[in-house]
Ligand binder design. Structure first.
Ligand code: P5A
Length: 442
């Protein structure tokens, strides 16, 4: 991509409404623009990152055994009346009528719709266990949308729904998804802590929020430091792993403010291991048993011929919120560095030459060579002054930069990984380094 042909409106001044660094950066480097309160357009750079996060989330879902589908954004009020949530969901639900005077709503979540699909299509225990997910826009008429895409009204969510024949099986599904989430956030270079949480309007009696520690977070959490020592990377999707996770997260304390039990906290943690931190909720999982399958009549025939209301759970990841959460975690001292799994481009070429001079030609030759090797490359071919170019690319956050100027010999380039020292390399070495760095995502 040539920067001169891209749509990357960089701002010098941003509105004072942007209070946290992710909101400020996303406006500054032209990732998003607000179209009305809590509703955003995703410009090319922001959209590219959003899509890459979606891809990481999807890959891990698929590996866990969940199956992708797509439900609509608009739902009928009928099933919400059946579940009893049409009234109780309150003002956060955007309701409207079509030309036939039918009551519709813009889905804030999909428990009802998926339960209806299940009820109408699955009759036997032989189809269980089943996990279905989709990645779809949601609308919640938040009373106070704020912090850009972190708490907005229209947002992208990945929501999974599990169906099991018994409570025990449903709890295995719950921990299967917990493992999947731990692996997903690890791929995004984030440390997310499963924290006991309230179930709110989704309901049920078991729930964890996944919290990323960040001073700008809206949630307060109380935890035992030891909870952080858990590495999910080598765990397979097996009952042993589910047990290991369940043991670890019930052994060490973590709770949101609403669930915090001061006496228990003092009793089972030591002064040295106690932490009280702010964090961002990037995911939330729920086990709610038969809460929806009973009113909506989602019944399967069991092996011994009995009718059983299916046991369910639902599991959400704020895909669009994650873009902001990654920035909160990675952006410091005017330098952003995207995790390699989601960087919008693999490498940036900062061309310090003028139009068609020998430096520019050298930069474009390198650009062509990198494209030929399947890298996603952006080249700064604008007439901006060099210090502006450097400043912008430190904000845009592509992990690797190649600077093409007059300093180096013909076949050599200045190469640097953000936050590290510059080195001089030849093109072959450059390609080798990048290939090694991106072997997972290429
Ligand atoms: C779980 C999946 C649910 O809706 N139903 C289906 C369950 N859970 S939740 O906690 O309410 O939302 C899941 C995740 O979505 C993100 N999120 C938001 N992101 C941006 N703006 C919002 N207004 C917003 N509301 C929720 C969060 O990451 C949350 O964990």
């Amino acid at each position: 991509m040539k920067l001169s042909r891209y749509f990357l409106p960089v701002l010098k001044d941003i509105s004072s409404d942007a209070k946290i660094k992710s909101h400020q950066l996303m406006l500054r480097i032209g990732m998003i623009r607000q179209s009305s309160a809590g509703i955003y357009s995703w410009l090319p750079l922001g959209y590219k990152i959003l899509k890459k996060i979606e891809k990481v989330v999807r890959e891990e879902q698929d590996k866990s055994g969940a199956i992708e589908m797509l439900m609509p954004t608009i739902q009928s009020s009928d099933i919400w009346r059946e579940s009893g949530r049409y009234e109780s969901y309150g003002e956060e639900m955007l309701r409207f009528k079509d030309r036939q005077d039918r009551e519709l709503l813009y889905g804030p979540t999909n428990e009802e719709l998926i339960t209806q699909l299940f009820r109408d299509n699955i009759k036997s225990y032989k189809s269980l266990p089943l996990m279905l997910y989709h990645i779809q826009w949601k609308f919640r008429d938040e009373i106070r949308p704020r912090f850009g895409i972190m708490r907005c009204r229209e947002f992208l969510m990945k929501d999974t729904y599990s169906f099991d024949l018994s409570k025990e099986d449903a709890q295995k599904s719950y921990f299967r998804m917990m493992l999947c989430y731990l692996k997903t956030f690890q791929k995004l270079e984030l440390k997310a802590i499963p924290t006991k949480a309230e179930t709110g309007p989704i309901g049920g009696d078991l729930s964890h929020e996944f919290i990323i520690l960040a001073d700008t977070g809206e949630s307060e959490i109380f935890l035992d430091k030891n909870i952080l020592n858990f590495d999910p990377s080598n765990l397979k999707y097996s009952e042993n792993s589910f047990l290991e996770i369940s043991n670890h997260y019930s052994k060490y304390y973590s709770a949101t403010t609403e669930m915090h039990d001061k006496d228990k906290f003092e009793k089972i943690t030591t002064k040295k291991s106690q932490m009280i931190k702010k964090g961002i909720e990037v995911g939330h999982i729920f086990y709610f048993g038969q809460k929806y399958s009973k009113p909506l009549n989602a019944i399967v025939n069991s092996k011994d011929g009995k009718n059983v209301n299916v046991y369910m759970g639902s599991y959400g990841i704020g895909v669009s919120r994650l873009v902001g959460a990654v920035i909160e975690a990675k952006y410091n001292n005017n330098i952003m560095k995207w995790p390699k799994s989601i960087t919008p481009f693999h490498v940036a070429i900062i061309n310090l030459g003028k139009k068609n001079d020998s430096i520019s030609k050298k930069a474009f030759k390198l650009y062509d060579e990198l494209l030929k090797n399947n890298f996603e490359v952006i080249i700064d071919d604008t007439e901006n002054n060099p210090s502006n170019k450097f400043k912008n690319f430190d904000l845009i956050g592509i992990p690797f930069q190649i600077i093409v100027g007059s300093k180096n010999k013909d076949e050599e380039f200045e190469f640097k990984e953000l936050g590290k020292d510059t080195k001089v390399v030849k093109i072959k070495e450059l390609i080798n380094i990048l290939e090694k760095e991106y072997k997972i995502v290429k």
